[in-house]
Design a protein around this ligand. Structure first.
Ligand SMILES: [Zn+2]
Ligand SMILES: [Zn+2]
Length: 124
């Protein structure tokens, strides 16, 4: 990891904040999170192809720079969408026993707080 990596992570955080400000806190299930992530990855693919077409078409240097900047921004967005997906996973997995929404404790359980099920909550 370099200083550039740290700077990039700052950009990812800023993008994540921008998304939170725009959409509010999102509580999708995993299927929707994957769909949102796939949409962002698709935009990366689109940007790569657009750049390639620009190079092949002899596009001006300034246009190529702009399309590369767009590609970079899309990559930052992929990372920024991946982070709330991982957060969602943490909140929907008991950090004590590992049970999930789909595979709860045998005796039955519910979330007493994000990442903690009723079987593992010492307050119950
Ligand atoms: Zn548990
Ligand atoms: Zn449980």
């Amino acid at each position: 990891m370099t200083e550039k990596t740290v700077r990039l992570m700052g950009e990812v955080l800023a993008e994540r904040q921008r998304q939170d400000d725009k959409w509010g806190r999102q509580d999708h299930d995993l299927t929707v999170w994957l769909t949102v992530l796939a949409e962002e990855v698709g935009e990366v693919a689109q940007a790569i192809l657009a750049e390639r077409r620009g190079v092949q078409g002899g596009e001006a240097r300034a246009a190529l720079r702009a399309s590369r900047a767009g590609l970079r921004a899309e990559l930052i967005q992929v990372a920024a969408v991946a982070t709330p997906t991982a957060e969602w996973l943490d909140e929907h997995t008991c950090q004590e026993c590992g049970c999930t929404d789909e595979a709860g404790c045998e005796a039955g359980c519910w979330w007493t707080e994000p990442g903690l099920c009723s079987q593992c909550d010492p307050r119950l």
